[in-house]
Design a protein around this ligand. Sequence first.
Ligand SMILES: Cc1cc2nc3c(=O)[nH]c(=O)nc-3n(C[C@H](O)[C@H](O)[C@H](O)COP(=O)(O)OP(=O)(O)OC[C@H]3O[C@@H](n4cnc5c(N)ncnc54)[C@H](O)[C@@H]3O)c2cc1C
Length: 216
Amino acid sequence: MVLVSPRNYFLYTPLLPGAATGAVEARSIVEPIRRPIAEKGYKYFEAACISVDASKKSILCRAADASFDDKERSEAACEWRTFELEYDYLITAVGAMPNTFGVPGVEENCMFFKEIVHASKFRQEVNERFERATLPGIPRERVRELLTFVVIGAGPTGVELAAELYDMAGPGRAPHCLLIVHWCTRSRSPHPPPWPGHSFPDRPLRVHLHTRALSW
Ligand SMILES: Cc1cc2nc3c(=O)[nH]c(=O)nc-3n(C[C@H](O)[C@H](O)[C@H](O)COP(=O)(O)OP(=O)(O)OC[C@H]3O[C@@H](n4cnc5c(N)ncnc54)[C@H](O)[C@@H]3O)c2cc1C
C-alpha cells in the first residue's frame, strides 16, 4: 500500500479551536503518520495527486513543496518533483476545501480555520492584539478596535472558537480588556447552544441570530 498526501501528519480537528487560543499545544493535536505507516511495511510520499488516468491505472503526483499555482515552472525547474504511480485499486479521500459561499471579501480578508497553520496564525494574531491593547496610553477606542472579534457561523467550529475566545479573555480573566465577540449565524438558534439563553447584557458577547454576513 502507498499513501500519498501533502500533509505528513494526522490532525485532530476537534481540538483545533483550543490550539488557536493556547488552551492546548499544537503538537498535542498532530500525530506524524510516517512511522506507523513504515511499521506496517507501507510507503508514504509527501506529495499531492494532481491527476488520475483511470485507463492507464496510474496517478500523477507532485511533491508537496511544489507550488500548486505555478505548475509549469515548478515542473520544468525540477523534474523529480512530479512522479507517476501505478495502482490496482485507488482510494481517494482528499477531504474538502473551505467554502466561501460566494461572499465577497472572504478570500482576501478572512482567515480560514481548518488546518494547524490556521490555528497558529490565529493564536499569533490574537496574542499580538492583546499585547498591543495593554500598552500604556493606548486610546480606549483603539483597544476596542483591537479586541473586537466577529465569528461567522454557529456550526461546531464557530461555537467552539467563540467559546475559546470568551474563556481566554472573558469576565474574570482579563477585566481590563474590552473584548467583544460578535457571533452571527443565519439560523434562528445556534447548534448546539453554548450558553443558556442568547442574551448577555453583562458580558462581552453579542449573539446575532438569523443574521447573514453579506460581505467582508
Ligand atoms: C475546527 C474543526 C473542528 C472539527 N470538529 C469535529 C468534531 O468534533 N467531530 C467530527 O466528527 N468532525 C469534526 N470536524 C470535521 C472533521 O475534521 C472532518 O470531517 C474530517 O477531517 C474529514 O476527514 P477527511 O479524511 O474526509 O478529510 P481531511 O481530514 O481534510 O483529510 C484529507 C487529506 O487529504 C489530503 N489531500 C488533499 N488534497 C490532496 C491531493 N490532491 N492529493 C493527496 N492528498 C490530498 C490532505 O492533505 C489531508 O491530509 C472538525 C473540523 C474542523 C475544521
